[in-house]
Design a protein around this ligand. Sequence first.
Ligand SMILES: O=C[C@H](O)COP(=O)(O)O
Length: 261
Amino acid sequence: MTTARRPLMAGNWKMNLNHLEAIAHTQKLAFALNDKDFDRVDVALLPPFTDLRSVQTLVDGDKLRIVYGGQDLSRHDGGAYTGDVSGAMLAKLGCTFVLVGHSERRQYHHEDDDLVNAKVLAAYRHSLTPILCVGEGLPVRQAGGQVAHSVSQLDGALRTVTAEQARSVVVAYEPVWAIGTGEVATPADAQEVCSALRARLAELYDGEVAAAVRILYGGSVKSDNIAGIMDQPDVDGALVGGASLDPGEFVKLCRFGEMSV
Ligand SMILES: O=C[C@H](O)COP(=O)(O)O
């Protein structure tokens, strides 16, 4: 299929790989990926905070075309918020992206739509591109509410976000029941929600914004199940968890990103 949107393959390492392992892992990726790979796909790494400086040093030193970002950020820009990391700090480390509203943050840290919205705005204040995660849990899916649920999370997160800002957001549709379970959504499941999210962006903003926004699928993505998903007209890439920890597998996924152009 043909799309004007540039595919994005983002590897979310979650709470895996210390800063030394991060160096080895990034070097392996850099060795395996060549210029041709980057000509038609963006490759992003989302390491733990403690690894970002190591990744930055490699990317800058070796002039790698890999981009990177944080897995979360504070809604605040600085101050007495023990344990938090600000958008300003991420920006200073050269981050391009930041994940916002990942279901593991919503589940384990009780992040609601208001907080996710505040974090999206914090990302924009520091010129970071939010990768906004939405997606339903199993009971909602079983009740047929996946579209309404995901669209409502999109509405909440983008409240007060301007069209100019929204144009650059990346949305990741991650059905919670597919995350880390090995139970990947079907291509039709992914397309159903991704197309509804794009339609909602057109309602909230306009068709131009909707056509510009990259929408990723995430949830048990592997090189043997990505092809049909990447072939969907409203899927522009993948947010990869477990499979991004294997450099060889992640490189294969990046090449699927290329082939979908
Ligand atoms: O951020 C990534 C997603 O949560 C997907 O994780 P997974 O590929 O391990 O299922």
